[in-house]
Ligand binder design. Structure first.
Ligand code: IMP
Ligand code: MG
Length: 185
């Protein structure tokens, strides 16, 4: 285990088992449809790539980037850096995939932006759901795990840009984030 991690919440094995179950649910919902998985960068790149490889029906992929500057573990103002092309949005059924649904601000803003640009439907799929921190009324259509209010890293989730490459999800030692400024995406 990495020395900055206090404890592991989900091992590599737990993660892949959880993703297999969600991939099966997603497959049944989208079977027979034209649809696109929209991965929210950077955090969901690892989750999205494991998820799509367990979905055995045709799909397309697109990417959107969003980030918020905060004090490292608390969110600040949201910036959308780029969206899919117009023809990847208009008239499309989109599954917006993110690493974590926390306050809900990122998914809420992105979902509304995609709908206002002409998407037919936008569903949401998150790797982690932290419902205790929700500020907006938004429940994910699909989620792998629920977590309590604790800052977690690994498997795509970062603190100040680091730890995304850990193959498991773990809680950071408070001493690591207590005196650091960070950016979240
Ligand atoms: P929101 O508050 O739901 O808009 O989530 C904003 C973003 O904050 C997520 O996409 C994550 O990148 C990041 N985030 C929220 N909670 C955590 C966490 O516990 N660890 C790492 N990143 C987080
Ligand atoms: Mg993110």
């Amino acid at each position: 285990m990495h020395r900055d991690i206090e404890h592991v919440l989900f091992s590599e094995e737990d993660i892949l088992k959880g993703i297999e179950a969600v991939a099966a649910e997603v497959t049944e919902v989208y079977r027979g449809q034209d649809w696109t998985v929209v991965s929210v960068l950077k955090g969901s790149c690892i989750f999205a790539s494991d998820l799509v490889r367990r979905i055995p029906i045709p799909l397309q992929m697109a990417f959107v980037a969003a980030h918020s500057y905060g004090d490292g573990t608390r969110p600040g103002e949201l910036h959308v850096d780029f969206l899919p092309n117009e023809d990847e949005i208009q008239g499309c059924n989109l599954l917006l995939v993110d690493d974590i649904l926390d306050t809900g601000r990122t998914m809420f803003a992105l979902k509304n932006e995609l709908l206002s640009r002409g998407a037919t439907e936008v569903k949401t799929c998150v790797f982690l759901d932290k419902p205790s921190r929700r500020e907006l009324r938004l429940e994910p259509d699909f989620r792998v795990f629920e977590v309590r209010d604790e800052f977690v890293v690994g498997y795509g989730l970062d603190f100040a840009g680091r730890y995304r490459n850990l193959p498991y999800v773990g809680a950071l030692k408070p001493s690591v984030f207590e005196c650091t400024q960070g950016e979240r995406s």
